[in-house]
Ligand binder design. Structure first.
Ligand code: G3H
Ligand code: ZN
Length: 297
């Protein structure tokens, strides 16, 4: 089977992006896989430190591996937002395909230092594991938020520059880069999320030439996604939107029959809601839909 890197190169050539979705449980995993298989597109599954504390690193890796093998399907697992070197080690040992070492909130030199250590540790365990580095702080919670988190890079002066990106990539030798380009983790409650800085994405891509990962996808405008892909983004992360769909689905499942106690009879509305949310994003990222002209300008 082709590697994750092959799929990202292919996405780059086709000017599409690979969708990356986080999971806390089997309901979301099944929903994401159903949506991807229906559209026949490669997929990435992410588990943050909290999510993998709940699922278990080895269990998440075993689930993804079993789906890849049973269906001969291009599904890859990322240890999302890993902050400690110990967690890097555990993810590499468990068989994750990718590890995001997130030093985005650290001063630049410290981020370079720790990212290099993460690469050394991970690749000494599995030389084939990909390491993503993060530049700039874009908030840390995949939740409905009432305001932009303190210190998050949303003003132009706080965004990742092409010079920083080039220096970071050349010093660390990361495989993929996640820059701060106006993106934000979580979805603002009452107002739309900030717009992406497409020009900055294009400049960074030109300066680094490696796959770019856009975090904080939830709540981003559809036309920003398409412009970001055309400017050089190869992977897009979505979490809050599917958490929201999951919760609404669980509530509907519980409400449908207050006496029901069989989990597999309560879960289907959650599975369907997550699948619909993921499917809509995958159609957009893989350019399988055309936007209505008003949203396309
Ligand atoms: O790594 C996870 C993502 O960046 C998700 O961000 O919750 O804003 O979609 P989001
Ligand atoms: Zn993220």
């Amino acid at each position: 089977m082709k590697t994750l890197f092959d799929y990202l190169k292919e996405a780059e050539e086709k000017k599409v992006a690979v969708g990356h979705f986080n999971i806390s449980d089997l309901v979301a995993l099944k929903a994401i896989v159903n949506a991807a298989k229906e559209l026949n597109v490669p997929i990435m599954i992410g588990t943050s430190e909290g999510e993998r504390d709940f699922i278990g690193e080895h269990q998440a890796a075993a689930l993804v591996k079993s789906l890849r093998e049973e269906f001969n399907y291009p599904i890859f697992l990322n240890a999302d937002h890993t902050h400690s070197l110990e967690k890097v080690k555990i993810a590499a040992q468990a068989g994750y395909d990718e590890i995001l070492f997130d030093g985005g909130a650290l001063p630049f030199e410290e981020n370079v230092k720790q990212t290099k250590q993460a690469i050394e540790i991970a690749k000494s365990i599995n030389p084939d594991v990909y390491i993503e580095g993060e530049l700039g702080y874009i908030g840390s919670s995949s939740e409905i938020i009432s305001e932009i988190p303190a210190g998050a890079a949303v003003q132009i002066a706080q965004l990742t520059t092409k010079e920083e990106a080039a220096q970071f990539v050349s010093e660390t030798k990361v495989d993929f880069l996640a820059p701060a380009v106006g993106n934000l983790h979580g979805m603002l409650k009452d107002v739309p999320n900030p717009r992406l800085n497409i020009e900055r994405i294009r400049e960074i891509k030109g300066a680094v030439g490696i796959p770019l990962v856009l975090h904080g996808g939830s709540g981003t405008a559809d036309d920003d996604f398409l412009a970001a892909i055309d400017a050089g983004v190869n992977v897009i992360h979505i979490n809050t939107e599917i958490r929201l769909a999951w919760r609404k689905g669980i509530e509907a499942g519980l409400k449908a029959d207050p006496d029901e106690i069989a989990p597999y009879k309560i879960f289907p509305p959650a599975l369907e809601a997550v699948q619909a949310a993921v499917s809509a994003r995958l159609k957009l990222f893989n350019k399988l839909v055309t936007l209505p002209s008003a949203n396309n300008q």
